[in-house]
Ligand binder design. Structure first.
Ligand SMILES: Cc1cc2nc3c(=O)[nH]c(=O)nc-3n(C[C@H](O)[C@H](O)[C@H](O)COP(=O)(O)OP(=O)(O)OC[C@H]3O[C@@H](n4cnc5c(N)ncnc54)[C@H](O)[C@@H]3O)c2cc1C
Length: 409
């Protein structure tokens, strides 16, 4: 009997990388990559950076040209939605009614935007950003907008604020929490980015909540906050987080919590069904907890992991964001830290924050200090015993320190 091969749900980075890594590992069976979007696989990070800014075009964000999929015998089905997983029959059902059998199934269904639930949120001019189609609309609407209110001071919201401001728009950012990007970065990093945006003319409002979106003559006119203030807007860009796409898995009887639950090998309770990327919740040794991560690194490394021989997944999480001329790179998981020390200074726009938990380095956030980021990744992954004092001391050469300890580790 011939194998039904591998079926992958989702044509985002996780799905793309699974197919690509399987072929690179010499996998000979059929590979079917199914995605509901009409586009061939593309990169999402530029959608809130170079694409709306106009420095990256459609072609440059495709992960590979169309021909790549034919050349590698990857059966790419776009504009097709998987509506059910039939585990007993080992097949998936598409919205068109077709059934596709699998030997192995990979859920790389990603996440979708959380919606803003206030009056007026459905007005024309209230936009979200997850997909390329949404980015195309956003880019076009941004070109004619004058006043932009960004709702959500997380990574995507702030990147969009930087783009809109760079394009000459009047920009206001509304963030409900006391500081920017607070779920992930240290106060000193939030403070730096607050000042950066302010220095470029962006108005940053923290501890501010949207009460309603106000329209006039059928069009978006302003955003009203719960404290009674109102900000005129012809565009409201909402970035208030995402929710994992796990309903398919749940309906098929697979365990779900904050994502599809997988074990150390990224397997669901069905050994031949994997879940990776933004839709999956996996055990993370660096956090000492189960986590669902939303990053390029996580999707790509998890895909490569399941395409190789069966091994525990243990890649170090890392992430980046670009805002104006500043690159922030994050390595490790800072959650639960009990001490932060810094290296560099804010005046030079070059600073790293080192996070320690019980005297162990667990994360490094670097502003325009790429070397700290690269070394930080090595040090954390190797479990290097760097003290907070050494991290803070610019005369300690972390590179040498890292090499010495990593070699002997
Ligand atoms: C605007 C933006 C900027 C970002 N910037 C950064 C950054 O700077 N750095 C970084 O590390 N990360 C960034 N990210 C996050 C990163 O892009 C994601 O973590 C990554 O794309 C996750 O890949 P994935 O394959 O798990 O999911 P996704 O990329 O979400 O892909 C999942 C795909 O599955 C499809 N799908 C879902 N359900 C079905 C179904 N039933 N049938 C068929 N298809 C289905 C979806 O439509 C989607 O195309 C950014 C994300 C966004 C949206």
């Amino acid at each position: 009997m011939t194998s039904a091969g591998t079926v992958i749900i989702g044509t985002g980075l996780g799905g793309f990388q699974t197919a690509t890594s399987l072929r690179a590992e010499g996998y000979q069976e059929s590979i079917t990559l199914i995605g509901e979007e009409r586009h061939i696989p593309y990169q999402r990070p530029p959608l809130s950076k170079g694409f709306p800014l106009g420095t990256q075009d459609l072609e440059s964000i495709e992960l590979r040209p169309e021909k790549f999929y034919q050349d590698h015998q990857i059966n790419l089905l776009t504009s097709e939605r998987v509506v059910a997983i039939e585990t007993a029959e080992r097949c998936v059902r598409l919205s068109s009614g077709a059934r596709i059998p699998y030997d192995k199934l990979v859920l790389a269904a990603g996440a979708r935007n959380r919606l803003l639930r206030v009056p007026g949120a459905d007005l024309d001019g209230v936009l979200y950003l997850r997909s390329l189609d949404e980015a195309i609309v956003l880019k076009e609407r941004l070109s004619s907008a004058r006043e932009v209110v960004v709702i959500g001071g997380g990574f995507v919201g702030l990147e969009l604020a930087a783009v809109a401001s760079s394009l000459g728009k009047t920009v206001t950012v509304v963030e409900a929490l006391p500081r920017l990007m607070s779920r992930v970065v240290a106060p000193i990093i939030s403070e730096f980015f607050g000042e950066l945006h302010t220095s470029k003319g962006v108005k940053i409002l923290c501890r501010a909540s949207v009460a309603k979106i106000v329209g006039a003559h059928g069009k978006l006119a302003s955003v009203a906050l719960t404290d009674g203030t109102t900000y005129p807007a012809d565009l409201a860009l909402v970035g208030v987080g995402v929710a994992p796409n796990f309903e398919l898995a749940g309906s098929a009887g697979l365990a779900v919590s904050n994502g599809v639950r997988v074990n150390d090998y990224l397997e669901t309770q069905e050994e031949n069904i994997f879940a990776i990327g933004d839709c999956a919740e996996h055990p993370c040794a660096f956090a000492g907890a189960r986590l669902r991560l939303e990053s390029v690194q996580n999707a790509a490394d998890q895909a490569a992991n399941i395409a190789g021989k069966r091994e525990r997944y243990g890649a170090l999480p890392w992430f980046w964001t670009d805002q104006f001329d500043v690159k922030l790179q994050m390595a490790g998981i800072s959650h639960g830290h009990d001490r932060i020390v810094t290296r560099g200074n804010l005046e030079s726009k070059k600073l790293s924050a080192f996070y320690f938990r019980e005297n162990r380095l667990v994360a490094v956030d670097s502003i325009n200090r790429p070397l700290d980021h690269m070394i930080g990744r090595k040090l954390i992954a190797a479990g290097t015993l760097l003290t907070p004092e050494q991290a803070a001391d610019e005369t300690v050469d972390l590179k040498k320190f890292g090499q010495k300890l990593t070699v002997g580790h």
